[in-house]
Design a binder for this molecule. Structure first.
Ligand code: ADP
Length: 274
C-alpha cells in the first residue's frame, strides 16, 4: 500500500495542536502551543510538527483544519467541524467509546456515540466560561500557580472549601476572599475542582451517560477534575496522554480519508500549501 502522510491542525480558543499521521493509523509527530486562534500558535505548531517529522514538506499529501480558528488556516485543503473531528479522534484513541466529554479552553462538549465511531447526539455549554479550561486558567492566575500544578495541589487538600457561585467573575471574588481568610491554596483549589466538575457533570448528564466514558481536551490532564466528574457521574472515566490532541487526530484521519478517496477515484490531488 502506498504511504499517505496527512496533517491535522486543531486551532482552539486556547491552544494550537498539530498531528502528522501515516495512513490514518499511526501518529508520526505531534506539537502543541498554548495559544490558539488569532495568534502565532497555528503557524508555530505547524513549523514544529514538520521539524519533528523531519521529512520533506511535499510528502504531506493533505491538511485538514478543525477547531474554533479553522477557517483562517491557509495551509488547509479541507475544514471539518470540531464535533466530527472529536468523534473521529475519540474512536481512534478509545475504539468503541460511547460517551466523550471534551473540555477545552472555552467550551464543554458531551458526545454520545454509537460505539462504532458514529456521533448520535451532543450537548455543548452556552457562552459561559464556568466549567471550562478558561475558568481554571483564571483561577490559577489568581492563585499564582501554573495550570499543570493545580491537580497535584488540589489533591493535598485537608479541608472543605466551597466555591458556591457558578459565574467565573463571582467565583474569582470568592477565591480572593478565601485567600484573605487564610484558607490554604490546596483547599481553595479543591473547591474550584469540585465546582468545575459539578458544572461538567451536569452538562454531560444531559447527553445521557453510556459507558465506556472518556474525557478529552486540555482539562482532561487535570486528574482531580476527572476524578470528581467520574464521582458525580458514577462511572469510570478514561483519559489518554494524547487527550488534548483528540481533535487534531480526528482531522488527520479525515484528511487521510479524503485523500485516499481522491486517489482511488483517479481525481487530481491538489498539493498542500505548506
Ligand atoms: P481549545 O481546543 O479550546 O484551545 P484545549 O483542549 O487545548 O482547548 O484545552 C485548553 C485548556 O486546557 C486550557 O484552557 C487549560 O485550562 C487546560 N490545560 C492545558 N494544559 C493543562 C495541564 N497540563 N493540566 C491541566 N489543564 C491543562
Amino acid at each position: 500500500m502506498q504511504e499517505i502522510l496527512t496533517m491535522g491542525v486543531d486551532i482552539g480558543s486556547s491552544a494550537s495542536k498539530c498531528i502528522i499521521m501515516r495512513n490514518g493509523t499511526e501518529i508520526v509527530a505531534q506539537s502543541l502551543f498554548a495559544v490558539g486562534a488569532g495568534t502565532s500558535g497555528p503557524e508555530k505548531s505547524i513549523a514544529e510538527v514538520l521539524r519533528l517529522y523531519g521529512g520533506a514538506r511535499s510528502a504531506i499529501r493533505w491538511v485538514c483544519a478543525t477547531g474554533y480558528g479553522r477557517h483562517s488556516l491557509k495551509e488547509a485543503n479541507k475544514e471539518v467541524s470540531e464535533l466530527s473531528c472529536h468523534a473521529k479522534g475519540a474512536n481512534y484513541l478509545f475504539p468503541g467509546v460511547k460517551t466523550v466529554i471534551d473540555i477545552g479552553g472555552q467550551d464543554v462538549k458531551a458526545l454520545h456515540m454509537d460505539g462504532q465511531g458514529r456521533l448520535l447526539n451532543f450537548v455543548m455549554n452556552d457562552k459561559c466560561a464556568a466549567g471550562t479550561g478558561r475558568f481554571l486558567d483564571v483561577m490559577s492566575r489568581v492563585l499564582e500557580t501554573r495550570i499543570d500544578e493545580l491537580a497535584a495541589l488540589g489533591a493535598q487538600s485537608q479541608k472543605r472549601v466551597t466555591i458556591s457561585s457558578t459565574c467565573t467573575v463571582f467565583s474569582e471574588s470568592e477565591v480572593i476572599s478565601h485567600l484573605a481568610n487564610n484558607e490554604t491554596i490546596p483547599d481553595i483549589i479543591n473547591g474550584i475542582h469540585k465546582s468545575v466538575a459539578s458544572r461538567i457533570a451536569g452538562l454531560a448528564k444531559r447527553v445521557g451517560i453510556e459507558q465506556p466514558v472518556i474525557m478529552t481536551g486540555g482539562v482532561a490532564k487535570n486528574f482531580e477534575v476527572v476524578r470528581y466528574v467520574s464521582q458525580e457521574l458514577g462511572a469510570p472515566i478514561k483519559t489518554s496522554p494524547l487527550s488534548q490532541y483528540n481533535g487534531a487526530i480526528g482531522a488527520a484521519i479525515y484528511a487521510f480519508e479524503a485523500c485516499s478517496a481522491l486517489l482511488a477515484s483517479d481525481a487530481p490531488l491538489s498539493g498542500t500549501h505548506l
